[in-house]
Design a binder for this molecule. Structure first.
Ligand SMILES: Nc1nc2c(ncn2[C@@H]2O[C@H](COP(=O)(O)OP(=O)(O)O)[C@@H](O)[C@H]2O)c(=O)[nH]1
Ligand SMILES: [Mg+2]
Length: 317
């Protein structure tokens, strides 16, 4: 699809650092408008210069508070920070924005920080696609660090979290049930465990429980998962968190994992694009008379769907 002059102008201005243009482009991809893929395609030469940190954990665990604290550290280092707060449970994006704005208000006036909350808009699976596209927009815009905050531990946010170079799983002393049901899969995703609200009772215990689980799991990449204690609302343990992120970043560079991850992501992206293109092709073909007759026979029960699919595909190729 060709980009409109307006979209071309927006991309141009965004690449020169215009925040309003960035915001408009984000809306286009968030709503998965038709031109979203073309926009991302045109900016891809400007990407792959950023570092993505994913923070996931139960609601109220202190993710936004931690994002706020980490942002302060990176700003002091002169780094520009782009934040995406993903809240699929929030039906109105406005609500998510407001809640996070209040907590992240330290940075809302700072031009080196950009915060965007996204909710349920878009179809199933659209959320992770929109998130990865917003990451690309942020990347092209020139953020040195991107932080993605997602709610929950496990399931749906999994693919969102795969976009991140370092994944932090944030728990609290009350997260005992999460730890009990912690699957090996989580060990492959969590690069750093944090027990936040260390000011509360039980923090040490849960961190020991996590440790005993990680001790029995050797990761494929041999990264030793650190388990940290933080009290984010008092800014305690934040430097250690930033150090752990840096260590993980160095570890990946040292073992060539950054390149591998990049290549894996690109392959995943290729597959995604092919799937979408084929799906569009199939939907269009459904309207052709040749194919319509197959659909009709299946609908009437004169043809079983497997046989119908075979006929359909052989016509398609
Ligand atoms: N006691 C305590 N409260 C905290 C801590 N960190 C954050 N909070 C509070 O927990 C609440 C939820 O924090 P928030 O960052 O919004 O959690 P999120 O839903 O995971 O993003 C807020 O009222 C925070 O002030 C902490 O370390 N200790
Ligand atoms: Mg939050």
């Amino acid at each position: 699809m060709k980009l409109s002059d307006r979209e071309k102008k927006l991309i141009d201005k965004m690449l020169k650092g215009d925040r309003a243009s960035l915001a408009k482009l984000i809306s286009t991809v968030e709503n998965q408008r038709q031109s979203a893929s073309s926009i991302i395609r045109s900016i891809s030469p400007n990407t792959a210069n950023t570092y993505v940190i994913g923070i996931t954990g139960p609601p109220g665990a202190g993710k936004s508070t931690l994002v706020n604290c980490l942002t302060a550290i990176y700003r002091k280092e002169g780094k520009k920070v782009g934040i995406i707060a993903v809240d699929p449970s929030s039906p109105f994006t406005g609500g998510a924005v407001l809640g996070d704005r209040i907590r992240m208000q330290d940075h809302t006036a700072d031009k080196g920080v950009f915060i965007r909350s996204i909710g349920t808009r878009g179809s199933q699976g659209g959320l992770s696609k929109a998130t990865s596209q917003i990451v690309k927009l942020y990347d092209a815009y020139g953020f040195d660090i991107i932080i993605i905050e997602t709610v929950g531990v496990g399931q749906t946010e999994l693919d969102i979290i795969r976009i991140a170079n370092t994944v932090i799983v944030l728990l609290v002393p009350e997260s005992g049930d999460v730890v009990q049901t912690m699957k090996a899969g989580l060990m492959e995703i969590a690069d750093i465990f944090i027990v936040n609200k260390a000011d509360r009772e039980g923090a040490e215990k849960i961190s020991r429980d996590i440790k005993s689980i990680t001790a029995h799991h050797s990761r494929e990449d041999k990264w030793d998962i650190p388990i940290l204690l933080t009290t984010a609302n008092k800014n305690e343990g934040i430097n250690e968190t930033a150090d752990s992120i840096q260590n993980h970043r160095d570890f990946q560079i040292k073992h060539n994992l950054t390149q591998e991850k990049l290549e894996k992501n690109r392959e995943g992206e290729l597959l995604q694009i092919i799937k979408e293109a084929l799906e569009n092709e199939i939907s269009n073909k459904m309207k052709d008379s040749d194919f319509k007759s197959i659909v009709k026979k299946v609908r009437k029960g004169d043809l079983d769907p497997y046989e119908g699919a075979e006929q359909f595909i052989s016509k398609l190729i």
